[in-house]
Design a protein around this ligand. Structure first.
Ligand code: TUI
Length: 311
């Protein structure tokens, strides 16, 4: 399937992988790239030199294009931005903030910049700043989210910019892909389904928790602090939400969240850790390879889109 996104990035299928903290490391990024999508290394809050190492390891596993996601709340974002250029990375996605201050350096180095946005205002600002495409991410997504849903955000972003729009949030199969195309998106970003990929290094407990998840098993913590995060309900979220309701201090709440994603992803503590996942976790039934995931999405989408102008 050819869209402006496959042309822009030189990839076979218009599917990009989410830049998930701790999850999007080099094995996953290379596997998605080898399966014809855009793999991404999630720099998250990793020390910059670790990001460089991750990029070099991914290069050993694939000769297809892959990118780096720069999480802008990371105090080291500037250093990561520089490493991306030094290592010859050609695609960057950004999240959780405004990447405008890095845009000129990236553009000058020939890096395609794809900010993740949660509003039309941010999408327009990013287009003016020189973005090559935007990811319009709805609140069905896992992790740090905005307010709008994918169904409402994607068509409004499509109408407000002329660069390609990638839909994210609540998309996991051919139906979601086809729906995103109908809303005007030229590609999709998939996170949660790739968490459970065979090539994902995520702890088995985390994968099993997502496979077991039902439609309404996620909830959003941190609304009161301005950092809403969607994750699977557990002991941790119950305690956190109780503290929020009681008006606890940021410090008290940080005790719960400090290192909590690592606890779940790496140590497999899905009771006290943060199990970030999107609302489509309920649709994930099994662990399978990135190749199988992408083929399933594309086959389903092609059947649904056959005979439309999106085929
Ligand atoms: O960034 C994400 N998802 C993330 S980042 C993350 S790391 C984290 N962990 C714990 C607490 C907070 C963060 C986990 N998941 N998605 C992309 C995304 N970006 N969603 C929403 C936004 C966004 C929000 C505000 C983009 C721009 C923005 O602009 C604010 C501004 O500067 O005006």
């Amino acid at each position: 399937m050819k869209t402006r996104l496959t042309e822009l990035l030189g990839i076979e299928y218009p599917i990009i992988q989410g830049g998930m903290a701790w999850v999007a490391e080099y094995h996953l990024a290379a596997a998605v790239a080898n399966a014809g999508g855009l793999g991404l290394i999630g720099a998250a809050s990793a020390p910059p030199e670790i990001v460089r190492e991750q990029i070099r390891e991914a290069k050993k596993l694939t000769d297809k294009p892959f990118g780096v996601n720069v999480m802008l709340m990371n105090p080291n974002a500037e250093e990561v931005a520089k490493i991306v250029i030094e290592e010859g990375i050609k695609v960057v996605t950004t999240g959780a903030g405004n990447p405008a201050k890095f845009m000129d350096a990236w553009k000058a180095a020939g890096v395609k910049v794809i900010p993740v946005v949660a509003s039309t205002a941010m999408a327009k600002m990013m287009e003016r700043a020189g973005a090559d495409a935007v990811v319009a991410e709805g609140m069905e997504s896992g992790g740090h989210i905005g307010e709008a849903t994918t169904m409402t955000l994607v068509p409004q972003v499509v109408d407000s910019v002329s660069i390609p729009v990638i839909a994210a949030g609540g998309i996991a199969d051919g139906r979601g892909f086809a729906a995103a195309r109908m809303l005007g998106a030229e590609g999709v970003q998939i996170g949660t389904r790739f968490v459970v990929a065979t090539e994902s290094i995520v702890h088995e407990n985390y994968k099993q928790r997502l496979i077991k998840a039902k439609d309404i098993d996620s909830e959003v913590t941190g609304r009161s602090t301005g950092h809403p995060v969607r994750q699977i309900r557990n002991k941790m979220t119950r305690e956190y939400l109780k503290l929020e309701k009681e008006g606890a201090s940021l410090e008290e709440m940080e005790v719960l969240t400090l290192g909590s994603l690592r606890k779940a992803v790496i140590d497999g503590d899905v009771t006290n850790g943060t199990v970030m996942a999107g609302q489509i976790a309920g649709m994930i039934k099994q662990e399978e390879s990135c190749e199988a995931i992408i083929q399933d999405i594309m086959q389903g989408a092609n059947e649904l889109l056959a005979g439309t102008r999106f085929a």
